[in-house]
Structure formats: C-alpha cells, structure tokens
Design a protein around this ligand. Structure first.
Ligand SMILES: [Zn+2]
Ligand SMILES: [Zn+2]
Length: 85
C-alpha cells in the first residue's frame, strides 16, 4: 500500500429512500442486511400501490433508490477494495 493512501470506506445505510414509480413520493425503508426486498407498499395514502422489483433489477432498493442494497454494496466494495462498515 502507498504511503498516505487513505483507506476508503463504504457504508451500508440503515435507511434508504424509495421513490414510488406510481406517485413519485419518497418512502423511507429500513435496510435489512442479508435480505432482498422485492415488494413494497407505497405509504402515500392516495397511492398505496404495491411496488415490485422489475425483472431486470436485483431488488426494490437497487431499482428505486439512489443507492444499492447491502448485497450489491458488498460486491462493489470487494471489487474496489473498499472497507465495508
Ligand atoms: Zn406511490
Ligand atoms: Zn439489490
């Protein structure tokens, strides 16, 4: 390792914001490690749609939030040599 090289850290978020594809409302979602979430009911009272993971995506978090699920973050951290916390 080079001198002075900073160890980069990747954090797994505790909560993510899921953007509903039906009403565009942001929903808070607790992140549970080792669990892929594939369906989620929108909390907007005038929407209440069941959001499901598109076939081409890994899970609700990967598809509808700005971040990735813990599983994909781990893959990313491994590939880039980041420390995961
Ligand atoms: Zn909605
Ligand atoms: Zn995912």
């Amino acid at each position: 390792m080079k001198m002075g090289a900073k160890k980069r850290i990747l954090k797994i978020p505790k909560r993510v914001s899921i953007k509903c594809p039906f009403c565009s409302k942001s929903n808070r979602l607790e992140v549970i490690e080792d669990q892929l979430i594939n369906s989620f009911e929108c909390k907007n009272k005038s929407c209440k749609q069941l959001i499901k993971t598109p076939i081409t995506q890994c899970c609700i978090i990967c598809a509808f939030s700005k971040t990735k699920c813990p599983y994909n973050l781990k893959v990313q951290a491994k590939a880039k040599g980041l420390e995961l916390r």
